[in-house]
Design a binder for this molecule. Structure first.
Ligand SMILES: Nc1nc2c(ncn2[C@@H]2O[C@H](COP(=O)(O)OP(=O)(O)OP(=O)(O)O)[C@@H](O)[C@H]2O)c(=O)[nH]1
Length: 887
């Protein structure tokens, strides 16, 4: 017996230690035997301890906990973080055309721990956790170990980044609407491996694929040797039959491997992803599916020969030569094309072009590499707080932080660096939780739009006196779209009119059902103001992390992670808050963030203390970068300084080269209702993503119902979000990330949103009459909506004198109303006749050029194409603008 046996009292954790059992096993037995306790540090009597010992000695399962654990483990495994992709430094990025054999999966060395789920949480909820008792999972589920897929070819040489898996991944995540075709990476399957490429496409392609599949059965693989190398993707475009990607060659011994040879952890069965785990298809069916699901993108990176380009696009070289010939460029198959020309040809042939820059910017995946597997250790969860305005997000963040900081270190002054970490002490060590400091889903979505994935758990704050509000729903949508588990904090329970049950009831409408009602969502009533139940909330966050996520990283390697915040400090230079997601960041490390390079000169933690290192899930301020990176940028440490510098320089060069191209491409890639219409007309687009904003909930419902009634035989409509309120920057981010059009009904833009829309090239259509909105959507779906150009009158002037100037004439005018603008259009009227229509090529006040001349002033007007002015002519000045369509 240990020294914890105090006057006939025994602490539960001591008893557990003596029995070599998990605290939770012992607590489960306590519960079963009706022995009152609150947590693992509660004391019980010696008699009670004896009863527990006997229970274990009799070999009875402790409250069924072992079985439960197995079951939970099974459930948890489904959600466990998995290696999504084995990534190499992009240094060796090679747009390979080489053959890369598909290699069998490697079984992970980390077996499922059945005896005691790892990590064992130090904190035990003051009431027995209900989570472990939910959900009966088949025992077999425990066998589904995390899936690791090795591709030696990748391990040997840097991985060619051919297709942007995140794009592929992201699309279904963006849109929680179930897809007709389950992604291949979703469902575990024991069947042979699929071609290496992640087999999924933007949802917009699904219907087309379905149609193609119906129309043409499996095509023979034209280039069986090129499945990895072909960043290409379109098996059949523009009516041409192109060879499809290769069939797999090596069977995978592992269940659940992805078609790409890449198994994504964490997204497989995270709750509420909105993605169907579709039924397993027969092998041949799947192969057809995979080959047809090749995205229609090509990644270009610098100069490329005609032959190589043809191979990448899976088109005959003659097609490229012909396309260039049509543009009066003569080439032969050995000739090298510069990148702009290659892009031009690729686009001409219907491919979506990505530069390596866009790929490196958006290829964000899990941070684990294959070699980390041996050294994985639990890491703290990273939590983001979201919820409706004024529901107490900031108060909760502050309350958690101040409570913990005050406990942890007396008088500790907190610094706002974009994230902070708290510690929870227990007998079995300290547990940590990292909170991202920017509440609200704006930052969350903005990061996600850049491809960054940093949040493990979302705390959804709902005020108990106010209930579910529009931004609550938005936050739920955003968390679901990202596949991040939600823990609900029902805040302000101290208020007299607090009604937590009503909140729970309202949340059930969004598939968030509290555990106590048989659901799976943890809901904790709290008061940020009175600091009530904060510990319970934190404990539950740890439980969710343990049971649903099993978050791990390898602290013994060079650091990788994401920039959370960055700014230029006048005295300290660029300062960035980095969230380390794998490895440990040390002073003196050589860091590359995007195209920025630097040596870590100083590290500060969230309390402003200088530190020497930052392990996984730790936010830390970094000094020493040469420039200010962007929030959402990934960083990586390199052991070789020259290599790091070379990578940064190379990226900077490519960034410069591709910036203009990218901007243009981004703009043209965004869907506008007009461009959608044109593409729908050509049968290219089959799905229109919509975000709807309206003044009130009633309008939202009415419009949504009407939109959904529109005939969808040609084009499917997907409403990604429909909510009352202003068009926000988050809407723009979501639209940009999902290629959606925003319909704004009787509402305005929140500040900054209009600019964001312009920058991102997102089409926001404003309406004040429902039928116009519906008409536009329907016309766009039918491919009939052309942008409408209308005349905007600017002003009228009267010609009072005519001056000969050289061979031409200048009209001396008086502006009667409005204004005249140089370069604007004008119509010259003489009586009832229009004698000229053209541009105002010169506009002068006295002898000076003028940009515009306002009412009541005199000016000289000239046109290069008109020299027969007469006194008394009237000039109508106007400009043409595109305007939303009206009936
Ligand atoms: N009674 C009570 N009031 C609270 C509680 N939490 C927050 N409040 C109050 O609610 C108001 C809004 O709190 P904030 O923390 O600013 O809410 P927020 O969600 O961060 O608001 P935004 O930043 O505007 O989105 C403040 O007046 C807080 O004092 C609580 O637990 N009880």
């Amino acid at each position: 017996m240990t020294n914890a046996n105090m006057q006939g009292k025994v602490r539960i954790y001591d008893l557990a230690r003596d029995l070599k059992r998990d605290n939770r096993d012992v607590m489960a037995v306590c519960q079963r035997l009706g022995i009152p306790h609150k947590s693992h540090s509660s004391t019980i009597s010696e008699e009670e301890a004896e009863r527990i010992r006997e229970t274990f000695q009799r070999g009875l399962p402790p409250g069924g906990s072992k079985k439960e654990k197995i079951q939970q483990q099974g459930a948890a495994n489904a959600n466990k973080q998995q290696i999504l992709e084995v990534r190499r430094p992009p240094a060796g990025y090679q747009p390979a055309i080489k053959e890369v054999p598909v290699i069998a999966a490697v079984n992970p060395p980390r077996p499922v721990v059945i005896e005691s789920p790892s990590p064992v949480p130090t904190i035990v909820v003051s009431e027995p956790p209900t989570r472990p008792l939910v959900e009966e999972q088949p025992l077999a589920a425990t066998a589904s170990v995390p899936e690791l897929v090795a591709e030696p070819a990748i391990a040997e040489s840097p991985a060619p980044v051919l297709v942007n898996p995140e794009i592929v991944e992201a699309v279904p995540e963006e849109a929680p609407v179930p897809q007709p075709v389950a992604r291949d990476t979703e469902a575990p399957r024991p069947a042979p491996s699929q071609p290496v490429r992640p087999a999924a496409n933007p949802p917009a392609d699904n219907n087309r694929r379905e149609e193609r599949r119906a129309a043409q059965p499996a095509q023979p693989s034209g280039r069986a040797d090129n499945r990895r190398g072909g960043p290409v993707i379109s098996p059949n475009r523009g009516g041409q039959n192109r060879p499809v990607a290769a069939q797999p060659t090596a069977p995978s011994p592992s269940a659940g491997r992805s078609g790409s040879g890449i198994a994504k952890k964490g997204t497989q069965a995270r709750p509420n992803t909105g993605r169907p785990n579709g039924p397993m298809r027969r092998r041949d069916e799947r192969e057809v599916q995979v080959s047809e699901e090749q995205p229609k993108q090509i990644v270009l990176n610098g100069n490329i020969s005609v032959q190589d380009l043809a191979a990448r696009m899976h088109v005959p070289t003659t097609e490229i030569i012909k396309a260039l010939f049509m543009k009066s460029v003569m080439v032969n198959i050995n000739q090298t094309l510069d990148q702009p020309t290659a892009e031009l040809v690729a686009r001409e042939l219907g491919f979506e072009v990505q530069t390596e820059q866009t790929v490196t910017q958006t290829t964000r995946t899990e941070m684990l590499d294959l070699e980390d597997i041996e050294s994985l250790e639990p890491r703290p969860p990273v939590v983001t707080i979201m919820g409706h305005v004024d529901h107490g997000k900031t108060s909760l963040l502050d309350a958690v932080r101040s409570a913990r900081v005050a406990e942890g270190e007396a008088g500790g002054i907190t610094q706002h660096i974009g994230a902070y970490q708290i510690q929870i002490s227990g007998e079995e060590g300290e547990r940590k939780l990292t909170f991202l400091d920017t509440p609200g889903h704006e930052a969350f979505t903005a990061m996600r739009a850049r491809g960054a994935k940093v949040t493990d758990i979302t705390v959804l704050v709902v005020a108990a006196d106010d209930g579910v509000k529009p931004q609550t729903v938005e936050a739920i949508n955003h968390a679901k779209a990202a596949g991040v588990p939600i823990v609900v904090a029902i805040n302000k329970i101290d208020k007299p009119d607090a009604n937590p049950d009503r909140v729970k009831q309202e949340l059930t409408e969004y598939e968030l059902v509290p555990e106590e009602w048989g659901g799976k969502t943890v809901m904790v009533p709290v008061s940020a103001k009175q600091k009530l139940n904060l510990d319970l909330l934190l404990e539950n966050l740890l439980l969710v992390a343990d049971y649903e996520l099993d978050l791990q990283a390898n602290p013994n390697r060079e650091a990788k992670g994401t920039i959370i915040e960055a700014n230029l400090d006048k005295s300290r230079g660029p300062v960035a808050t980095a969230l380390v997601q794998n490895g440990t960041l040390h002073l003196g490390d050589i860091l590359v963030v995007g195209a920025i390079y630097g040596k870590v000169r100083a590290l500060y933690d969230d309390r402003g203390n200088r530190v020497d290192s930052a392990p996984p899930s730790t936010p830390v301020q970094v000094l020493g970068l040469t420039e200010v990176p962007q929030a959402g940028d990934e960083f990586e440490v390199y052991s070789d300084e020259r290599e790091a510098r070379r990578i940064a320089d190379e990226r900077a060069r490519k960034l410069r080269e591709s910036r203009l191209l990218e901007q243009a491409a981004a703009r043209s890639a965004r869907v506008s209702l007009g461009s959608f219409s044109a593409k729908a007309k050509e049968g290219e687009l089959k799905e229109l993503n919509i975000i709807l904003r309206a003044d009130v909930q009633g309008s939202v419902e009415a419009i949504r119902a009407s939109i959904e009634k529109l005939p969808q035989n040609k084009v499917q409509l997907r409403v990604l979000q429909a909510a009352p309120g202003e068009v926000s920057e988050t809407d723009i981010d979501l639209a940009a990330a999902s290629n959606a059009v925003i319909l704004a009904f009787n509402t305005t833009f929140a500040s900054g949103a209009r600019q964001a829309a312009e920058q991102a090239g997102v089409d926001v259509r404003e309406y004040d009459v429902i039928y116009k909105l519906l008409e536009d959507v329907q016309l766009a779906m039918e491919g009939l909506l052309d942008p409408e150009l209308i005349e905007e009158p600017l002003g009228t002037a009267e010609v009072r004198q005519v001056f000969p100037v050289g061979k031409g004439q200048v009209a001396g005018c008086y502006v009667r109303e409005g204004k005249l603008l140089r370069n604007a259009q004008m119509r010259v009227r003489r009586g009832k006749d229009v004698v000229f229509e053209g541009h105002i090529d010169s506009l002068k006040r006295f002898r000076e050029d003028a940009k515009e001349v306002a009412t009541g002033f005199e000016c000289g007007v000239g046109s290069d194409k008109f020299a027969s002015w007469q006194v008394g002519d009237l000039i109508d000045c106007f400009r043409m603008v595109t305007q939303k369509r009206t009936l």
